[in-house]
Ligand binder design. Structure first.
Ligand code: SF4
Length: 113
């Protein structure tokens, strides 16, 4: 899959990520993450660094989640993040708080205040 992206400065950048069909055939491999669409973007978009304002962080995470929605390894990515209780960043289309909420729902645990 060829992805055409724009950097924050408006520069155009083409990146090739293996197709969803190819990824689907190899999802069991240990290298599933090689098929993640996030490989075409800066890591900071998916794991916003400390010091970024809350509104900017929300905007970046929203953008990252949109990318995740069409990622061929989204389910696998989310499963990995849940399995290792990943505390930071957007994984599988969910941010850290959304993953905690999902875990609470799975366990039937009410939200703590
Ligand atoms: S689901 Fe999102 S974070 Fe996970 S590999 Fe795909 S693009 Fe990256």
């Amino acid at each position: 899959m060829r992805i055409v992206r724009r950097t924050e400065t408006g520069r155009r950048s083409d990146v090739v990520v293996p197709s969803p069909d190819e990824a689907g055939a190899r999802l069991d491999s240990a290298s599933w993450w090689e098929y993640g669409l996030c490989r075409a973007w800066d890591a900071d978009l998916f794991c916003v660094p400390d010091g970024v304002s809350p509104s900017r962080k929300r905007a970046q995470e929203t953008r990252a989640k949109r990318i995740c929605q069409s990622c061929p390894v989204r389910e696998r990515c989310l499963a990995e993040a849940m399995a290792r209780d990943e505390q930071y960043g957007v994984w599988g289309g969910l941010d850290a708080e959304e993953r905690r909420q999902l875990e609470r729902r799975r366990r039937g645990t009410p939200r703590s205040s």
